[in-house]
Design a protein around this ligand. Structure first.
Ligand SMILES: [Mg+2]
Length: 274
């Protein structure tokens, strides 16, 4: 498959005429904490032609404030309404006042507390929620599995088995979730991309469905399937976990080396230069 952004004619003719793009963070905006290419210029050019950007990540560990600070360091201005994470999706599966056991980072804790969920290690609980953390050991596994068994409900923020770092692949949330699922004997509900809870949150955040134009991501299994679930084209960038030339497992409307190349190609094809 070509690594060039493709065809002004096969996708929606209005892909850059107003509306909203859903843009992944890891592997699209940054990689290992470093901004990818001219990402700030690309987002600016996109906004300049009237496109809103909703950043959607399966990383549940950073708080909203941390995500906004990382975007700011990458040169991208954004507010709380411009970001959604798998932590928000997991929290949306619980109701105000429910009690939950918890394995995860600040982002998941914040999302659950914002929802009004009471975090506790004491039964009774309504669910156990698992997100990404490096603080995970046998005691936590024992506690989470015991609580989950007691209530029969296990929720995972996402099921990504690994995530890329400069040191290589580290175990992802899917690995921690599999441990708790195996030890509790429960089948987990997964909230993040490309599952229903996150799809529903994206729809709520965007408003009228015809505003949604495109999903941009580096991972067909999550971002590409999210695009399918939302009923919009998928743009695959080669700047993350999917190397250039690797066939996609889902249909790809546009493919580019990175977000800058994608935006330049699509804006030049569809809209006035900024
Ligand atoms: Mg990604």
């Amino acid at each position: 498959m070509s690594a060039t952004a493709t065809t002004a004619t096969s996708g929606s003719p209005t892909v850059v005429a107003g509306g909203t793009w859903v843009v992944d963070l890891d592997g699209v905006v940054w990689l290992a904490g470093e901004p990818i290419g001219e990402v700030a210029r690309a987002i600016g050019r996109l906004r300049g032609v009237g496109v809103d950007v909703l950043f959607v990540t399966n990383n549940s560990a950073p708080s909203t404030g941390e995500l906004l600070a990382r975007l700011s360091r990458a040169g991208v201005t954004a507010g709380p309404a411009d970001v959604l994470s798998s932590a928000d999706a997991a929290a949306s599966l619980l109701a105000d006042g429910q009690r939950a056991g918890f394995v995860g980072g600040d982002g998941l804790r914040e999302a659950l507390e914002r929802r009004g969920v009471v975090l506790t290690s004491e039964p009774p609980v309504d669910a156990v929620v698992v997100g990404w953390t490096q603080q995970f050991d046998f005691d936590q596994l024992t506690e989470a599995a015991t609580l989950a068994r007691s209530c029969g409900r296990l929720i995972g923020t996402n099921e990504d088995p690994t995530h890329p770092t400069p040191q290589g692949l580290l175990p992802g949330t899917g690995s921690l979730l599999a441990a708790v699922a195996t030890a509790s004997g429960l089948r987990p509900e997964v909230a993040g991309k490309p599952h229903a809870a996150l799809v529903s949150l994206v729809r709520q955040r965007i408003g009228p469905p015809d505003r949604l134009r495109l999903v941009v991501g580096d991972q067909p299994r999550t971002d590409g399937v999210l695009a399918q679930q939302l009923g919009v084209p998928f743009a695959l960038v080669d700047s993350g976990v999917t190397p250039a030339g690797t066939p996609s497992t889902v249909p790809v409307a546009h493919r580019a080396a990175d977000l800058s190349a994608l935006v330049d190609e699509l804006v030049a094809a569809h809209g006035p230069p900024h």
